[in-house]
Design a binder for this molecule. Structure first.
Ligand code: CIR
Length: 256
């Protein structure tokens, strides 16, 4: 079975961290509706969605992806780059400990899950304003003994590596090459987002479908034309908090 951990939308979401976006009012009711639709879409793809409510005091608590990197063998709890978000980690750790052994990233390392792109045994870690070299090296030290290959990628102009590039299957990336160093990805097929839609690269592949944020029609058409089953999810209110599709869940397999 595949589990998607998600987190309710905190009432304080309007106090979220912002790095590259201007602050715009977020309609809480609409954000809650869009988040519910996101969870519903994951359920409709066969995932068991577990919606946590442990970080409602943290404005960014719904962006649960940033708190952990989960592989089959273990869960690595991060140390988020934004200090205001570090308190989110223990609550998520308690839940993940039910499914995985847990390892942790320690100071001075910082690492956000949004900077970690995994395809098979390859792990790409973006160096961003949130993830530092210590963080990338700490993840490498934890994962390489398990057979993973961890590669550092430079990111510019966006919050996280996965704002710039995601894997829509094991061999194919949806990407905006303007925002990251593409050289570590030479072995992949790279599908570029439409130039008029620079922020369209944050796709979430889920059991046979590629979820894309609604609002990027040219990119969606391009991906669909390649034969992918594209499903659009409207997350406009969450995007005002600089959230994407990947950041609102932690998805992993379990035997139970
Ligand atoms: C933050 O700045 O931390 C949040 N407002 C948005 C986090 C988005 N996370 C992600 O894309 N992985």
């Amino acid at each position: 079975m595949t589990i998607a951990l998600t987190h309710i939308v905190p009432a304080s979401i309007n106090e979220c961290q912002l790095t590259h976006r201007e602050r715009q009012p977020i309609d809480l009711d609409l954000a809650v509706k869009q988040h519910a639709a996101y969870c519903g879409t994951l359920r409709s793809r066969g995932l068991q969605v577990i919606e946590l409510d442990v970080n409602r005091d943290y404005p960014d608590g719904l962006f649960i992806e940033d708190t952990a990197v989960v592989v089959d063998e273990l869960a690595v709890m991060t140390r988020p780059g934004a200090e205001s978000r570090r308190g989110e980690v223990p609550g998520i750790q308690a839940e993940l400990a039910r499914y995985r052994e847990v390892a942790s990233i320690e100071a001075p390392a910082t690492l956000d899950g949004g900077d970690v792109l995994i395809t098979g045994k390859r792990v790409f870690v973006g160096l961003s304003s949130r993830t530092n070299r210590f963080g990338a090296m700490a993840l490498k030290d934890i994962l390489e003994p398990l057979g993973y290959r961890v590669v550092i990628v430079r990111v510019r102009g966006v919050l996280h590596l996965k704002s710039a590039v995601t894997a829509i299957d094991d061999a194919t990336l949806l990407a905006n090459p303007h925002f990251f160093d593409t050289s570590p990805f030479a072995n992949f097929r790279l599908v570029s987002v439409d130039t008029s839609e620079p922020f369209a690269a944050n796709a979430l592949p889920v059991s046979g479908a590629v979820l894309l944020a609604d609002g990027y029609p040219n990119t969606a058409e391009k991906v669909a034309k390649l034969g992918y089953h594209v499903q659009l999810v409207d997350i406009r209110e969450l995007q005002k908090a600089e959230g994407g599709l990947t950041c609102s869940s932690i998805i992993f397999r379990t035997n139970t």
